[in-house]
Design a protein around this ligand. Structure first.
Ligand code: NAD
Length: 483
């Protein structure tokens, strides 16, 4: 037993179990670097046990009517809400995300379960008049066992929300929790144990190698839903392709540009740009508008407002409800972000605020960084075109719209982009030309349940949070029926 939260076992076949290999992963509070809990490091054998449990449970789960599954998914949503008071302090301590912002995570997970629970009858096939004497129609069937691999920034939200579509489609699921911030997954397991038959949901913990990779390569998992970084997404595609023709969907990183036009209101866009950086979870969001592209006419005014506001953000312990930003998630990630701070200096970006560890006793240990803003950024700098996934905003200046759109499009990413203007022709041009999975107009950093979410280019493959996600967890079978 180690730390305040103790040992949190994996959830396989309705039981809480340690790893067959006997290894554990220690989880630390990123504010203090203290070990506060442990999870098992699953081996390939553990993964295989999870697959066997999920396979055993799947036929009965799929045999339930969509209305029976709907009721169970709704109970799961209620179960999550009921445990919110317990999830929040644990998740805040384990991730570094501020406790105030986390209430939203539990609610979002519950909302996704409720959304998908109502879509069961939309898993429709087609009928095709291919001959006059027969009947030709298609059915949608589950894959069987589905793997969902989740990242560190919202572990409870992703574990919960990502159960929704595969379960509704009649699959059983194995969730792989992230190796940093893995502790809340055990609460998810307890909620599932109360409501679902054993084996319908299984949760394994461990590192990418061997745990995640064992799931990807498992010969009886044909559907993998991954959320994480581009390099891991590429590795998963490679591993999957080595062993089978698998359906892999990928929700990956972003370097999202927020383009601000001359007619925008400087005060409103400054507020939105800060909100869209998600400082409450230290900028660690795939959807953060980490590149702010300001027209030269309002560049100085908006920059000034942003710097004044960002330098006032209250950095402090994530469990304090008054904190507006906590530490970044882990030591390795902290070092990676410091590497970007160093590169910005070397590349000649102008540090406008932040860029250093805050001063004070509570910041002596832990992975702390002040919220940071760079000006005079140009597209050749690393901070302009690589995902930092931290509390670092880069401001760039533009003169004509073509230049702004070309800057926005000039990275490997294409998750989100935004434009701020009320000039309709400009909105239309930007909406058509921006190379991203979605475009925010006069808003930022928001998800709208039911609308497709996902990236272009290296930001991903497949769409989530909408009917397409549900259908992607089914496979089509065509029946040719003759008497
Ligand atoms: P990561 O890619 O390092 O890890 C994500 C998960 O993949 C972890 O559970 C990890 O153990 C596992 N993994 C690592 N190597 C693996 C392998 N070879 N095979 C199988 N699994 C493996 O990502 P992270 O650092 O946890 O998260 C940050 C990244 O996630 C950022 O790039 C961010 O933009 C992205 N993200 C994307 C979305 C989205 O919806 N598009 C949402 C949140 C985060």
């Amino acid at each position: 037993m180690s730390g305040k939260f103790g040992d949190r076992r994996m959830f396989i076949g309705g039981e809480f179990v340690a790893s067959r290999g006997g290894e554990w992963i220690e989880s630390v509070n990123p504010a203090t670097e203290e070990v506060h809990g442990r999870v098992p490091a699953a081996t390939a054998e553990d993964v295989n046990l999870a697959v066997e449990a999920a396979e055993k449970a799947q036929p009965e789960w799929a045999a339930l009517s969509v209305f029976e599954r709907r009721e169970l998914l709704r109970k799961l949503a209620d179960g999550m809400r009921r445990r919110a008071d317990e999830v929040l302090p644990l998740e805040a301590a384990d991730t570094g995300n501020t406790i105030k912002s986390l209430a939203r995570d539990v609610e979002v997970a519950a909302k996704y379960l409720e959304f998908f629970s109502g879509l069961g009858t939309e898993m429709k096939g087609d009928s095709v008049p291919a001959t006059s004497e027969g009947m030709h129609f298609s059915l949608r069937e589950p894959y069987g066992v589905v793997a969902r691999i989740v990242p560190f920034n919202h572990p409870f939200l992703f574990a919960g929300a990502h159960l929704s579509a595969p379960l509704m489609a009649g699959n059983t699921v194995i969730v792989k929790s992230p190796e940093t911030s893995p502790l809340s997954a055990a609460i998810m397991g307890e909620i599932c144990r109360e409501i679902l038959p054993p084996g319908v949901v299984n949760i394994v913990s461990g590192y990418g190698l061997p745990t995640g990779d064992a799931l990807v390569r498992h010969p009886r998992i044909w559907r993998i839903g991954f959320t994480g970084s581009v390099p891991t997404g590429l590795a998963i595609q490679r591993s999957a392709a080595e062993v089978g023709v698998k359906h892999v969907s990928l929700e990956l990183g972003g370097k999202n540009a927020m383009i601000v036009c001359p007619d925008a209101d400087p005060e409103r866009v400054a507020r939105a740009a800060i909100g869209g950086m998600n400082f409450a979870w230290a900028g660690q969001s795939c959807g953060s508008n980490s590149r702010l592209l300001l027209h030269e006419s309002l560049h100085d005014e908006v920059t000034e407002r942003i710097v004044a506001e960002v330098s006032r953000i209250r950095v402090g312990n994530q469990l304090d409800p008054d904190s507006q930003m906590g530490p970044v998630n882990s030591e390795a990630h902290y070092r990676r972000i410091l590497g970007f701070i160093e590169s910005a200096r070397a590349d000649g970006a102008k540090l406008l605020t932040g860029g250093e560890r805050p001063v004070g006793e509570e910041f002596r240990r832990g992975y702390w960084l002040k919220p940071t803003v760079y000006g005079d950024v140009t597209m050749d700098m690393r901070v302009a075109h690589e995902e930092i996934f931290g509390p670092v905003l880069s401001i760039l200046k533009w003169r004509n719209l073509e230049e702004a759109i070309s800057m926005a499009n000039s990275t490997e990413y294409g998750l989100a982009a935004g434009i701020w203007t009320h000039e309709l022709p400009v909105v239309m041009q930007a909406a058509r030309q921006l190379q991203s999975g979605f475009v925010w107009v006069n808003t930022t950093a928001r998800h709208f349940v039911g609308t497709p979410f996902g990236g272009w280019k290296n930001s991903g493959l497949g769409r989530e949070e909408c009917l397409e996600e549900l259908l992607s967890y089914t496979r089509v079978k065509t029946v040719h029926l003759f008497t």
